[in-house]
Structures are given as C-alpha cells and as structure tokens.
Write a protein that binds this ligand. Structure first.
Ligand SMILES: [Cu+2]
Length: 686
C-alpha cells in the first residue's frame, strides 16, 4: 500500500480500538487513509504499525519521533517541538481531533502536543506537505492530527488498564490508569496520567541542570447515541463530549534562560454526529484555554529577573460531511475559530522601578475556512486525490499599549488586518505488479503568525537576537512537488524512495535591523521578521525492509535534506544526513530490537542565521518486550468471541548503550542528549 508513502500515523496505547462509531464513520473515509502519510499508534497493540519501543508509557514526543518525516526540536526533556519536512510550528498545523489549539509561549516552550498525554490518544496521523487534514490551515510543511482515544459503543462492557514505568537516567516515573464502560447506547472513559523526572545525566555522567519536569493529566470522554427520528433506517445520531486537563509544573529548559513554573491546558469539546447510510456528518464545538507561566527564580546569576506569562484561548466549530458516491469519496468541511493570544513581561531591575511591556498585544484572530477533499478510484490500480481549502481571517490587536509600542516602528500600521489563504493539492497513484508510484503537487499559503506579525522584543536564544514582528508582512506561499516509488520484489522485501521539494515565495524569516538596539541583556542585536523573495526546502528518503527469516526483520532508512534562502545560503535547522538501522526479532509474544541510528556532520548549517554546526553521532539502543496472558475469565469458561483476555506487557530497554555524549542539530543550543538510560515499564490490561 502506498499509505506509508503518503501518510503516517502513530499508535499510542495498548488497547486496539474497535470503536464502532469510528468504524461507522471510517467506512466513508477508508480511502482517505491511503493518503495519510504516516500513522503512529499510541494506544493499542497495532502490530506491524509504527509505535515507540516504550509502548504506551512513551511520551508523545517519543511516539512522534517514530515518524519518518518528523524530527523534534528539543529545549529540554519536555515539550519538544515537532518539525515536519524540516519545517517548524509556524509552517505546520496541529489539531486535536480536528480542534484548533495554539500555544501560549512567546519562546515556543509549549508546542500544543505538550498539552495532551499518550493516554489521551489513540493515534497521531501526519499528512505530509500541503495535502492537509480538512481542519488544517497554514500547513505548508504538513499537518498533525492527534486522534483522541475513546471507548466507543458496543465495545467490551468494561475495560481498564494501568501502566507504570521507570527510567533510571533522571529517575523518570510514569504512572497511568484508565477505565472504560461501553454499551450499545453509551460509553464513558476516564483516565489519569502522571510523569515526574529529575535532571538527567548526559553521556559521560554529568548531570544536566534544569532538565527536570512534572506533569499530571486527566481526561474523560462520554458518548451517547439514539435512533434518529423515523427509526434506525433514518440513520443514527451520536453525541460525544471530551474534557482534558493537563498541567505541567517545574519544567526546566536547559537550552533557555528561563524555566516554566506552570503550563496548563484545558481542552473541551462537544460533537454531534449523524450517520446516514453511506455518509456521516459531524459538527463539533470546542473551547480550549492555555496558561503559560515562565520562571527564572531558580536560575543563578540572573541579571534582571522577569515575569513572562502568556495565555491562549480558542473557541471554534467545524462541520464535516463525508460521503461516497460511485468512485468518489468526498469530504466537505467548514470551520470557524476565534483565538486570542496575550503575553506580557515585567522586568525587575535591581533597585529601579519595574519595566512592563506587552510582547503579544492581545491578538484576536477570527478564521473561517472551507475545505474539500475527493479521493477518486479511477481504476483498480489507479487513484487520484484532490484537496483544497480556502480560509479568510481577521486579526485585531486588542491591547492599546502593545499596539502603540509596535506603531512606533511601523507608523503606518492599523489595529486590524485581514488575510486570505488557501491551498490546493493533487496526487496521483498507480500500481503495477510489485511496484507502486505516486506523484503529487500542490500550492498553498499561510498568514504570518502572531509572533512574526506582532511580536515585541522576543529574545531568541538560538541566535541571541531580540525579534520584533512586522505587521506589513506578506503571506508566505509555496509550491510543493512530491513523488514516491515503492518496490516490493518479493513478499519479504520492501523498498521505498520518496522525495519532496517546497519552492517558497515570500519566505518569512528574521532579518537584521542594525538601527535598533536589543532590550535583553547580552543580546547580539535586533532582527525584524521580513519576507525573502524565495527559498527552497527539499527532502529525500530511502527505506528498505527485509523480513530475513520468519522471525527476524531488518529495517533501514536514510534521509537527506536541503534548505536554501534566496542567496543560496543554508537555512537554519535543516537536518543533516540521518540514518537508522534496526533489527527486530519476534517470536510469539516476545520481541527484541536493536537499533543503531545517527546523523552525519551538519555540513550545511545556517551560519548566516546564527546556527553552529552539529557534530556527527551514532548511538545504539536495545529494547525487549513480552506479553503475558494472565487468565481467561473468572471461572475459566471460554470467552465470547472477540472478548479480550487480561494481559500484562513488560518492556525493558537501554537507550544510548555506550553512554555517548552527543547533541543533534535539533537540540537547541546543542544541549546534550541523555546518556545511557535503562528503562522498564509494565502495562496491565483488564
Ligand atoms: Cu515560555
């Protein structure tokens, strides 16, 4: 299947979701799955699918790192920033079950993936490039949708699981528990998750200060279904509600000058779904609020102590109709959201009066869009996928003080802006015996982010510059071309070569502004966001899988990327050659893995943008797991078909076995990664 070429999903937990409501919905979406570039399974056994070797207790960041097109910018042990096709947050869309959510930190300490837990999710799906999920806007590099884990109707009447994990390096403790009730008419699931980590040791044994964190997460989902007016022939009506509360406290950021006292997310949604024969129509209303509080009180030698809180509120609605007609699978989506972002900063210079400034001037963004996708089955061996979205937005600067401060630099600015963005993508797939091909192209644009348009003296520790937003930025746009070839000469061998290139116009990046002086003590200078006429990012990857014997599989992948600005100089944070080779031994319920991975030296680094080269590195990881079936039922009678038996999974592994000291190109300011780390975890399912 070409699905690995076009979409990736990560499975996250240890229960296979036989969510009937999802199944019903998915009948109309089955073709769509082909175009999901990658999927990582977070919950569920999901054998043969991608998932972290740590299983259910792995963090979302660890699950994400299993995806082929994804890397992660790391500023500490917690809240890594997903990068897709070598593009960061501003060029990606991240949604939670289609819901928009925006981070609240002016320093990007809290990518939205940090406000959910593995226990909340069923899977993470990634659409590479401009062919985004229907709710995605501004996704030039790709779109991630975090699929929530729901008990579903007509499932096991009662299901519960508990997991506990320990990692010796940094004394990481992970505890999670959840329970689910399911019937024909209702379902309910609840769960809680806790993580705690002390400072970790880098290769060689030195402790990395400020790399600790702590997090709690609780969630619940409820579902109700009732026959439609006119009886079951008229279809079904489903009502579903979600609540997630997530709070991280005492989070250290060794790569930055500040830590986080508290980062809190409240995520709620209510959705109504009507299932027709051959179609489904879902309307969801949602609200989320993120509070972020930075803290430098634990740092030694702070020249000027600062308070820097940030808040993000988003309320929205989407309505998605999916239907099949002849060879077409069509999805039509309308969405609307309103987001408010506010951040300020108070500096306390010793002996002088505090200084106050607004860093995000309470920007209200009202965005509405219409998206359509059509998967066309042309013939048994050919398919076409088309997707398009147009979105319109209005932004208003609601904070007078912030507005006037920025107006000093941009006298012509107003307090209200409008933008229209869009994307269109097409891909064609065909197969011949033993081979599959796909070719695609697209065009899309994005509006500048609040930081890029209205940020005020935001210090970036990557290049040590203070950044000022630019309200007169033009939308950035890109043309994407992609192609993939999958070749399977035999049952046991699979080879995939895929590549994409993004040709940008009006690429947005910080530009030197020598007329201004920095505000942050020790900063090199000031940069103002600007458009550069063009830029290019290209990625190519090769992977091959070989089932060498019944029990032994060998997976390899290698990728190369390039990013250039208008002058042909390297863009920052572009991956050097990266590679991975993995042996997996599987015998019945036992599985063992040896993984060697590494990066070549970063020879093309963004020197012009303040980046320094990352060295080459190689590490070896080992992992093993075993699954026990504990008992069949209370009285030993045979279980009804489809009923699960209690299971205990044990996972054990060593990361960085040789205790190498290394940092990757995506480790902010080259903070070193963890040294040798032994971990063990247990997951029990009832
Ligand atoms: Cu922050």
């Amino acid at each position: 299947m070409l699905e690995t070429v076009l979409l990736t999903t990560i499975l996250l937990s240890d229960t296979v979701a036989t969510d009937r409501s999802a199944t019903l919905e998915d009948t109309c979406l089955s073709k769509k799955a082909q175009n999901l570039d990658e999927v990582v399974i977070v919950s569920g056994t999901g054998r043969g699918r991608k998932r972290s070797a740590k299983g259910q207790v792995a963090s979302i960041d660890e699950h994400l790192s299993e995806l082929k097109h994804v890397s992660l910018v790391r500023r500490g042990s917690y809240a890594w920033e997903p990068v897709v096709n070598n593009m960061q947050t501003e060029r990606l869309s991240t949604t939670i079950d289609g819901m928009k959510i925006f981070y609240a930190c002016t320093d990007k300490m809290d990518p939205v993936t940090s406000y959910v837990e593995s226990g909340n999710l069923q899977s993470i799906s990634l659409n590479s490039g401009l062919d985004g999920n229907p709710q995605a806007t501004g996704n030039i590099g790709g779109s991630l949708d975090l699929k929530l884990r729901k008990a579903g109707f007509d499932n096991d009447p009662f299901h519960a699981s508990a997991s506990a994990g320990h990692e010796w390096n940094g004394h990481v403790q992970v505890y999670g528990a959840d329970a689910a009730l399911s019937s024909h008419r209702t379902y309910l699931n609840v769960g809680a998750f806790y993580r705690h980590a002390d400072n970790y040791k880098v290769g060689g044994g030195d402790e990395l200060q400020f790399s600790q964190f702590q997090k709690v997460n609780v969630f619940t989902n409820v579902g109700l279904r009732f026959p439609s007016f006119g009886g079951t022939e008229g279809g079904l009506d489903l009502l579903e509600a979600t609540l997630i509360f997530d709070r991280a406290t005492d989070v250290g950021y060794p790569a930055l000058n500040m830590d986080v006292a508290k980062a809190e997310g409240l995520i709620t949604s209510l959705s109504y779904k009507h299932l027709f024969p051959g179609a489904s129509w879902e309307t969801k209303a949602y609200y989320n609020h993120i509070t972020h509080e930075m803290d430098d009180t634990k740092r030694p030698d702070v020249a000027i102590h600062m308070d820097m809180p940030g808040d993000s509120w988003t309320a929205g609605v989407y309505s998605l109709l999916t239907t099949s007609h002849k060879q077409h699978d069509i999805a039509l989506n309308y969405d609307l959201y309103y987001n408010r972002l506010f951040a300020d900063m108070t500096m306390y210079p010793g002996g002088a009066a505090p200084m106050y400034m607004v860093t995000w001037p309470d920007v209200g963004t009202l965005n509405t869009g219409l998206a359509v996708t059509d998967n066309v089955n042309i013939a048994r061996n050919q398919s076409l996928r088309l997707s398009a979205k147009v979105a319109w937005q209005q932004q208003r600067l609601n904070n007078e003080e912030g507005y006037h401060a920025l107006k000093v630099f941009f006298p012509g600015m107003t307090d209200t802006y409008h933008q229209t963005t869009g994307r269109i993508a097409a891909s064609y797939q065909f197969s011949i015996p033993n081979s599959q091909f796909s070719i695609g192209m697209g065009w899309g644009s994005r509006a500048p982010t609040v930081t890029e348009a209205y940020g005020y003296y935001l210090n970036n520790t990557f290049d040590q510059y203070d950044y000022i937003g630019n309200p007169s930025l033009k939308n950035e746009s890109a043309v994407e071309l992609n192609s993939a070839v999958k070749w399977h000469p035999s049952e046991r061998v699979n080879v995939t070569l895929d590549g994409n290139v993004f040709l940008f116009s009006n690429y947005i990046i910080g530009q030197f502004e020598t007329r201004l002086s920095p505000m942050t003590v020790g900063a090199e200078g000031v940069k103002v966001f600007g458009n550069i006429s063009h830029a290019t990012i290209a990625n190519v990857s090769l992977s091959w899988d070989w089932q060498t014997t019944e029990k032994l599989r060998w997976n390899n992948k290698v990728s190369y990327s390039s990013g250039r600005d208008a002058d042909g100089d390297p863009l920052p944070l572009i991956s050097p050659i990266s590679w991975q080779s993995e042996w997996t031994y599987q015998h019945q319920r036992f599985q063992a893995q040896a993984t060697i991975k590494g990066n070549a030296r970063q020879s093309n680094y963004g020197e012009k943008y303040g980046e320094t080269a990352a060295k080459a590195w190689t590490i070896l990881n080992l992992a093993a797991q075993y699954q026990f079936s504990l008992f069949r039922s209370a009285k030993g009678r045979l279980l009804p078909k489809g009923r699960k038996i209690s299971q205990l999974s044990i996972r054990f592994g060593v990361e960085n076995l040789f205790d190498k000291q290394y940092g990757t190109y995506a480790d902010w300011n080259h903070i070193p990664q963890k040294g040798r780390n032994i971990y063990m975890n247990l997951t029990f399912e009832l």
